[in-house]
Every structure is written in structure tokens, then in C-alpha cells.
Design a protein around this ligand. Sequence first.
Ligand SMILES: [Zn+2]
Length: 186
Amino acid sequence: MTDAKQDEVDPNAPVAGMDFFMQLEYHELLCPVVREFADALMDKRLIGHRCPQCGLVYSPPRGYCPICVVPTTKADEIELATRGIVTNYTVVTPVQYYGQEETEPFAKVSLQLDGGGNLSLQDLLEVPVEQVHPGMRVEVVWAPDSERKVDDITNRSWGTAEGAIQGWKPTGEPDASPDDYSDKVF
Ligand SMILES: [Zn+2]
């Protein structure tokens, strides 16, 4: 059986298409340990869970240590320092796709907090991207009380909390030695 219409399709014709912009909004309930992390951020506190077996600190808390395969609970909760060391960074050069609001390159940094705990994908403030480097000593800049929010936190975030933390700025202290942070990230 033949399809007369299919026979008429020119295989060399350009593919037809159209632009269609759409937006999807996802709403999810935070699991209890991430909810506690979000509540603490609203109080300008950073919390994490310290694994009772290996001592690694997870922030946001996960409720378990994947390395030791043990649960962590409220009893393992600790308050983290709001100062630390830049351990790694990525410079993002925005592509001007539809809806892009960034126009200039900016840095996202990974941090090792004093006393334990790591955060990823944090904004570095007051530093030109060409001057970003591992070892920089930084401290948190909280969003103002009237603007602080935690709507952007998800169960999969790695400590990103742009609504609560504006970013991290240099403390003015000398750079940390690589011995202070190498082999200690995660
Ligand atoms: Zn562990």
C-alpha cells in the first residue's frame, strides 16, 4: 500500500520549524533537613550535618552520609562559619539567548568554610573575574532583612541560596595556603 502524500515529500527540503517560548514553574516541598537549612538562612545562619562516623560536613544537610552509608539527624547538626576559602571557581560568560539577563562575565566559586563544610556555586562580590583565584579568604554578605527569601532553594541545591545570600566578599586577609584546602574538598 502506498501513501500518495508521503511520496510527494521532498527529502531535500529544509526542515520546517518555529520558535515557541514557554516557561515551566516547578513547586516542590522541601524535605525536612533542607527546610531546616532554609529556615536557618532566614535567621542568617548556615547549618550542616557532621557525619558521626567520618566527620565530613554536609551543607545543606542531606540526612545521610553517602560515603559511610549512615543516617545523620538533628543530633549531628552544627552551625557553620560564615567565612572561608575559595577552593575553586568558574567564570561564566553569558550567551545572549532569549531571556538572558546577565551581560558581563561573572564568577561562581566553591568554598571551604572555616571549621568544616563546603558550598558550591556561590557568587563572588567586589572582585573582577580576572582576579579570582583559589585561596582567597571571603565572608558572607546576607541579603537585607526585608529582601531575604529562600524561594530558590530546592532539594537538589548545593548550598545555592541566592535569595538569602547575596554573595561572598574578600575579608582582606592574606590568601590561605593550598595546604589549608587541597584534599579537603568533599
Ligand atoms: Zn561519613
